[in-house]
Design a protein around this ligand. Structure first.
Ligand SMILES: C[S@@+](CC[C@H](N)C(=O)[O-])C[C@H]1O[C@@H](n2cnc3c(N)ncnc32)[C@H](O)[C@@H]1O
Length: 265
């Protein structure tokens, strides 16, 4: 599993703040309700929920990001509790929350069925689940394909003792039909709305540099490669960013995503 505490994920988190607002809008009303933000990172949705009067717990696997979230809460005079935990095994009793949110967090669960089961379990009978997920289309698909083409180059870090049941499973979280199937197994009906989010930078070079220097996913991918492959990966990503750039005087890409709203049936 990627360590999201390395690098400076907070730089990217700041760029997706608008999504947290929309996820909270979808989950409204939240004032006075118990709200759990899954894979909260630096607390984008958790902080917005606290601002709107919810009684918030933010849960994430990365302690450093939880520290950043706690500092942000303090500096904004907001109250929330921060818990280190795993979305596959939530440390809460059934029906503990009226609202469960996640901003591009649940989508990183290595076992989507377990994570969905847990989200459904802790959700109260009349509760609401709201989360965002990238669509598997748009300008980042080329970068993902490049990353995947290097997967076979990486040194094998497994110790050979893991069971098949523990191997990460893939789910296209941007596929609304798959989401409906997944959550219907746990008594949650899902409806989805589509949105777009733009990322901007001074230039494709500046964006490429920022991701390779600061983003946990880029740091993790590069670290697995030897120096020549790492350099090739960097160059290919830069060429792809030039190809998909929507702003010839700078850099902009527009990423489609969906917000899924679920409620127990
Ligand atoms: C793309 S970040 C999203 C963070 C945050 N929701 C935001 O709006 O910026 C993905 C987050 O998922 C967390 N994460 C990944 N797998 C997890 C797991 N199994 N349990 C808990 N958190 C997890 C990472 O630590 C990271 O903070």
């Amino acid at each position: 599993m990627v360590d999201w505490g390395r690098g400076s994920y907070e730089r990217t988190a700041a760029q997706i703040v608008p999504v947290a607002s929309l996820v909270l809008d979808a989950a409204e009303p939240v004032d006075g309700l118990r709200l759990l933000d899954l894979a909260c990172g630096t607390g984008n949705a958790a902080l917005e929920a606290a601002r709107r009067g919810a009684r918030v717990i933010g849960l994430d696997a990365a302690p450093r990001l939880l520290d950043v979230a706690a500092d942000l809460a303090d500096s904004h005079g907001l109250t929330a509790n921060w818990i280190r935990g795993d979305v596959h095994e939530l440390p809460f009793a059934a029906n503990s929350f009226e609202v469960v949110t996640s901003v591009f967090g649940l989508i990183f669960a290595e076992h989507p069925d377990r994570a969905a089961a847990e989200a459904a379990r802790v959700l109260a009978p009349a509760g609401r689940l709201a989360f965002s997920a990238w669509l598997d289309q748009g300008p980042m698909t080329g970068i993902e394909a490049i990353f995947e083409s290097y997967a076979g180059h990486a040194a094998d870090r497994t110790d050979g003792t893991g069971s098949v049941a523990d191997e990460p499973q893939r789910l296209d979280w941007g596929d609304r039909h798959r989401l409906r199937e997944l959550f219907s197994d746990y008594g949650i009906s899902i409806r989805c709305e589509r949105h777009d989010l733009s990322f901007t930078a001074e230039s494709p070079e500046a964006q490429n540099e920022a991701w390779f220097e600061h983003h946990p996913l880029w740091l993790d991918a590069a670290e697995r490669l030897d120096e020549p492959d790492r350099e090739r990966l960097r160059e290919q990503c830069l060429a792809e960013l030039h190809r998909v750039n929507e702003d010839r005087s700078g850099f902009r890409i527009t990423l489609p995503y969906l917000i899924a709203l679920g409620s127990p049936v």
